[in-house]
Design a protein. Structure first.
Lengths: 359, 510, 365
């Protein structure tokens, strides 16, 4: 399988899990009408709080609880600013981002002057299932956090689409006036949503520091928070879209990691990229089959031809690591630009503070 | 709840007073509503109807006074408490979530435990309500796909599902076609007959006399009178509402139509890619020196017509000619340059910039060209003088031209918009619901200015959902229904009945 | 007059609260606030050399703040300044490295223009994505920041790498490209580019109040739909605002390199200027003149933070904590002020219109 072996899939899953958890939390928060642009800061707070707990008690469960607490703390600040004081959510988010970075770095320099390293989360094999070929290794031989993330996402899916709470959540973000008239507490739902998103981001951050790598470094989340927000937007505020977006981001990131160590770009990467472009083109055609191709599609077709050529010729080509490191962000941008129409499905109450007398 | 519904007093207010700062919105109001009656609450805009109903439904708390329901004193701190006690309100702006289905809108409620799913229970209750009242909904349809009448029905079902026994309707006919209104009137009578109490807020006397048993008139925040419909006359209620008998309609000089100002030919405009068109083959002429009114219920295509002429909405086909010049690439800038002016309906969102000053709002269009601006630079002193002069001329009450627009009252904002649009000496003024939310004095002012504009040889296109307004002001009336012009009447031959007939005839053919 | 007094008082209140917060943080890590204050003062304004550094470092912050102000006035709240500073700096460096032997004036103008062009170009992507693809400018600008950082990392390792010991940084800029400094200040730490502070502040005020373009920007930012309905093209206004603000940020990048202490391009040269510049603008409540003052305050925080670390071993990230805290405090103060005003309406506005007003003014903040 060359580049795309089992280790690759495992790496992709490990990368995907924290982004997915943080993005799921952000999705809930945005469905309730609160956009936390400072998600990156919340992730960092979780990462550092988890790490700090570990340096004091050296227990992973407590470490994760500490991470969740750290995330909740910053999320609570966001909730106070956005829901109680009703300041502009974007500016409040910037403040949360700056504070998250500043506070974690400050406390890290002060409280943990000597970096410490911990063992990452152990991998647990699910009995029987883990013996399946490929699938067993990838899906059923993972650490607890990944299992927990899957459970949380399933629960969130059920809550959003199968419960009254999910209806209230959608109503709060879409038409707070209507939800208020039905007796739903806008403040309550929004606080709950923001805190849930804080807990999710906190746990995801803790996984990035103590669960996956075992250390904390300044600004170690490296833009995952922004990717999570991009995933929510690209996924058009639906859980399914969000899963797809996170999958794409994680796979690119995993390719990037893998290619850093290889001198020349292997042919199957070109083939995979070609498949991705082809998929996107087919999806675009599928939505509106009978119409003239748009310029974007023509560009896509040219790109596809180029990639196919590269996959066939397999030139000795090496690209700088920075290009691959930037790839997930570029891809997120392309995805947002291509999904331009999706913005119409944004909750109409997003980023708007609710003031009752408007009713 | 020990009292038997169907007789006796349902809701009794005594001495309700509500102040906002120095302004008294409700002044010692006494009101008595009985089970089994339709009670009409009348009053001009700003008479205090809305505030009073917000107190009854728990949105506001009164400063003084008491409320009792079935003889038991009650006080509501939150709307859900009023709802639980059985008081529900059908708002003018529906409180529905368009992206959810009708069933989900019914199921929306405070959830005790997170994993509860209220969908099945809501479906059951909807079936019960249908059995009791005959009101049927389409549970799995998205609210955004429902018509205005269907949404209103859902709103009523929602309240009944939640056990509302006292229903308040806030100007329910504003968005309904005559046929839909008849159905609603029948429903109100049926609800009253079953022992519910119905409060109808309206300023249309014809509706009040068609359904209500009793009436109460508010004026200036206080009760001006109350009584039975039987034995009352419309003139009596009008006198109570306005405070003095209305001067008979001014005799206006007959219109002297001149050159065509606005010519619209075979205009087709799309609403949704696969739905019915918003406008279909619309032909329209407005001549200099006349007021042409467009009559029609809300959502008949008025908004699309305005936006297309202005150049914000693309047309599928057709042409728009202004002052004899065909507007090829239609943009708002082109519309204004050709001599157009617009008083939009949605003042807050598209007409004023709340964060800028009164002066900047008055000069919003004039500031960007000579003589106020030359080569991109603004002559601030001239701009200020112009703003001060226009503010005085149009009786805008403000502390100065530098007062932020958002701090002006609605009437003064509208006067400022009027000043901005009429001061450019346009050939054509499009006025959409120009007096919505204004008090009697401001309304009179707007009507006078529009008429003067006509008398000076300008053209006015008046678009309003209020039939009486259209009839009172227009020289010719075009009836718009379901995106088509169904007929054009001269002022002399236009009556409510004829216009109503034109609106409904369309329903048969559509 | 009274309004101004309230504003100044609020500003002072925010400053006091920030100082209190700083003192608490210092106490928490066992440093005496008094000692810290004296170390801070000597590091920032204690000597002409240090004062020169503080003033010079205020310039990039101020430029970014102007960028934020112009974009925010037009209602386009993008946060792409770090990326635009980086790309502007890269473009300026690429030009500057070629300027050996070119007359100083030409070199300076060329570098500044390259910086402006680089920043504007990078902001142009945000503007294009917003205008034609409807992508929220805040998200696209955040992502582009991350891309810009990778671009810089590649440039200093690849095409622009020029240090002799193979460090990821460029060669030293030729002396002719460096921006001149005041001779009489020891160490020549005061660059002449501080004259940009009053000039640009005045220019921006003039633009907003006296030009049609500035008026259209403010109208579009105040109410996009109303602007469109009255014949203004708000998309054009928004795009110009974003691009101009990117130009300011790009110029800040050039200033960082050619008037800074290290005359070469390296990975960390942006040093958080992009986000801090936003805080500078917020603290100044979007007033260009106020931004001069707050930029100096922030730059003294940066400079003083370094000396605190050197003298008292206080983590230098204290600065960024304080900067985050300042944004939060400013937001809360502004909102509390507005509440107070809204609580006593001058005219009997209906409660509904008060609500609308709160929402729309919250958008401006």
């Amino acid at each position: 399988m060359g580049v795309f072996d089992i280790a690759f899939l495992v790496a992709a899953l490990t990368i995907a899990a924290p982004i997915l958890l943080a993005a799921t939390g952000e999705l809930i928060s945005q469905r309730a009408g609160v956009m936390n642009v400072g998600l990156e800061g919340v992730l960092l707070a979780g990462a550092f709080a988890g790490y700090l707990t570990m340096t004091r008690v050296d227990s992973q469960p407590l470490g994760f609880l500490g991470g969740i607490a750290g995330g909740l703390l910053l999320a609570a600040l966001m909730a106070v600013l956005a829901i109680e004081v009703k300041v502009d959510q974007i500016v409040a988010g910037i403040a949360i981002g700056v504070l998250g970075l500043g506070l974690t770095t400050f406390f890290d320099q002060h409280f943990v002057p000597e970096p410490q390293t911990f063992t990452p989360l152990p991998r647990l094999a699910v009995p029987l299932l883990s013996d399946l070929p490929v699938v067993g290794e990838v899906l059923f031989h993972q650490d607890l956090f990944i299992y927990a993330t899957i459970v949380v996402v399933v629960l969130v899916g059920l809550a959003m689409y199968r419960t009254t709470w999910g209806i209230n959540l959608a109503a709060t973000g879409e038409s707070p006036v209507a939800a208020d008239a039905a007796g739903v507490s806008i403040r309550g739902v929004r606080w709950a949503a923001v805190l849930v998103s804080g807990a999710c981001a906190g746990a995801a951050g803790a996984y990035i520091s103590i669960g996956d790598v075992g250390v904390f470094r300044e600004d170690m989340t490296g833009g995952r928070g922004y990717l999570a927000i991009a995933a929510v937007l690209f996924g058009a505020w639906r859980l399914r879209g969000l899963l797809l977006a996170v999958a794409i981001f994680a796979v690119t990131d995993a390719i990037q990691l893998r290619l850093q160590s290889i001198a020349s770009v292997p042919g199957e990467v070109w083939a995979a990229a070609a498949l991705l472009v082809l998929g996107a083109l087919v999806a675009a055609r599928h939505r509106q089959p009978r119409r003239a191709p748009k310029p974007a599609e023509l560009i896509g077709a040219v790109l596809l031809a180029g990639l196919v050529a590269l996959a066939v010729v397999r030139p000795q080509l090496s690209l700088p690591a920075s290009l691959w490191l930037a790839m997930p962000y570029v891809l997120a941008l392309v995805a947002l630009a291509a999904g331009g129409a999706a913005r119409h499905r944004a909750p109409s109450g997003l980023t708007l503070p609710y003031i009752r007398s408007e009713a | 709840m020990t009292t038997d519904p169907g007789s006796g007093s349902a809701l009794r207010l005594s001495g309700i007073t509500k102040r906002f700062g120095a302004f008294t919105a409700n002044d010692r109001i006494d009101l008595d509503i009985a089970w089994g009656e339709v009670h009409a609450l009348l009053g001009e805009n700003g008479a205090g109807k809305t505030t009073l109903m917000r107190i009854v439904t728990g949105l506001y708390q009164p400063d003084e006074g008491t409320m009792s329901l079935d003889g038991t004193p009650v006080s509501f701190r939150r709307p859900e408490q009023a709802l639980r006690a059985g008081i529900g309100m059908v708002h003018q702006h529906f409180t529905l979530v368009p992206t959810l289905t009708e069933l989900e809108n019914l199921a929306m409620a405070p959830a005790g435990v997170p994993w509860r799913n209220g969908r099945a229970a809501a479906r059951r209750r909807a079936a019960e309500v249908e059995a009791a009242t005959g009101l049927r909904i389409a549970p799995d349809r998205l609210v955004s796909d429902a018509s205005v009448g269907e949404r209103q029905r859902l709103e009523i079902v929602k309240l009944l599902c939640r056990g509302a026994r006292l229903l308040i309707f806030d100007e329910p006919s504003a968005a309904l076609s005559p046929g839909e209104w008849d159905e609603l009137a029948k429903l109100m009578r049926r609800l009253a007959a079953e022992g519910h109490a119905v409060v109808l807020i309206s300023h249309k006397l014809s509706e009040v006399f068609a359904v209500a048993d009793r009436w109460t008139v508010l004026r200036g925040g206080a009760v001006a009178g109350t009584g039975d419909i039987a034995g009352s006359t419309p003139e009596q209620l009008v006198t109570l509402m306005v405070g003095e008998s209305l001067a008979p309609r001014r005799e206006r000089a007959p219109a002297a139509p001149g050159e065509p100002a606005l010519v619209v030919r075979e205009l087709n405009v799309e609403r949704h890619p696969d739905g019915p068109q918003a406008l279909e083959d619309v032909d329209l002429d407005v001549r200099a020196g006349e007021i042409v009114g467009i009559a029609g219920v809300a959502g008949s295509g008025q908004a699309e017509l305005v936006e297309t002429v202005l150049g914000i909405r693309p047309a599928l086909s057709g042409s728009v000619e202004l002052a004899g010049r065909r507007l090829e690439r239609r943009t708002p800038a082109g519309f204004y340059a050709a001599g157009g002016a617009l008083i939009p309906e949605d003042r807050h969102h598209v007409a004023v910039i709340g964060g800028m000053t009164l002066g900047e709002n008055i000069n919003l269009r004039a500031l960007r060209q000579a003589p106020l601006a030359r080569r991109g630079r603004i002559d601030l002193r001239a701009a200020r003088q112009r703003a001060v002069r226009l503010a005085a001329e149009y009786e805008v009450r403000a502390t100065g031209e530098s007062q932020p627009m958002a701090r002006l009252s609605g009437g003064n904002q509208q006067k400022a918009v009027l000043a901005r649009e009429l001061s450019t000496e346009p050939l054509l003024v499009i006025a959409v619901q120009p007096v919505r939310g204004l008090d009697v004095r401001a309304t009179e002012f707007v009507y006078r200015r529009l008429t003067e504009h006509r008398d000076r040889g300008g053209a006015v296109l008046l678009i309003s959902m209020d039939l009486d307004e259209v009839i009172a002001l227009s020289d010719r009336i075009a009836v718009l229904a379901h995106g088509r012009i169904r007929g054009v009447l001269d002022a002399g031959e236009a009556t409510r009945a004829r216009i109503g007939a034109l609106m409904t005839s369309s329903e048969v053919t559509a | 007059m009274k309004a101004l007094a309230v504003r100044v008082l609020t500003q002072l209140g925010v400053a006091a609260a920030t100082l209190l917060f700083a003192a608490l943080l210092l106490l928490a890590i066992g440093v005496s606030p008094g000692e810290a204050a004296s170390a801070f003062w000597s590091g920032t304004f204690g000597s002409p050399t240090n004062a020169g550094t503080t003033l010079t470092q205020a310039v990039p912050l101020f430029l970014v703040a102007l960028g934020w102000i112009i974009a925010d006035k037009a209602g386009r709240m993008h946060v792409g300044f770090p990326g635009q500073v980086v790309i502007g700096g890269c473009a300026a460096a690429a030009v500057g490295l070629q300027c050996d032997g070119v007359p100083t004036v030409v070199a300076i103008v060329a570098c500044a223009l390259a910086g402006i062009a680089g920043g504007a170009l990078w902001a142009g992507i945000v503007a294009w994505l917003w205008a034609s693809r409807g992508v929220l400018e805040i998200i696209s600008s955040l992502l582009l920041n991350l891309v810009a950082v990778q671009m810089l990392a590649w440039l200093v390792r690849g095409p622009l790498q020029g240090s002799l010991d193979q460090q990821p940084q460029s060669a030293n800029f030729p002396a002719s490209a460096l921006w001149p400094a005041v001779e009489s200040v020891p160490g020549r730490t005061l660059s002449y580019d501080v004259i940009l502070l009053p000039i640009l502040a005045a220019g921006l005020i003039w633009l907003f109040s006296r030009t049609v373009f500035g008026f259209e920007l403010r109208a579009s930012g105040g109410n996009l739909d109303a602007a469109r309905w009255s014949g203004i093209n708000p998309v054009r206004a928004g795009v110009s605002a974003i691009v101009i603000s990117g130009g300011f940020a790009g110029l800040a990048g050039a200033a960082l390199l050619f008037a800074g202490s290290a005359p070469w391009l390296s990975e960390g040269f942006e040093a958080g200027i992009g986000f801090n510049g936003i805080a500078v603008a917020l603290l100044a409540r979007n007033s260009p003149v106020g931004a001069i003052l707050t930029a100096i305050v922030f730059s003294s925080l940066n400079v003083g933070g370094t000396s605190l670390q050197a003298l008292l071993d206080v983590p230098s990230s204290l600065t960024s904590v304080l900067q985050g805290a300042v944004i939060v405090l400013v937001l809360v103060a502004a909102m509390l002020l507005r509440r107070r005003r809204a609580a006593r309406p001058a005219v009997p506005v209906t409660p509904a219109s008060t609500g609308k007003e709160l929402v729309s003014s919250a958008k401006e903040a």
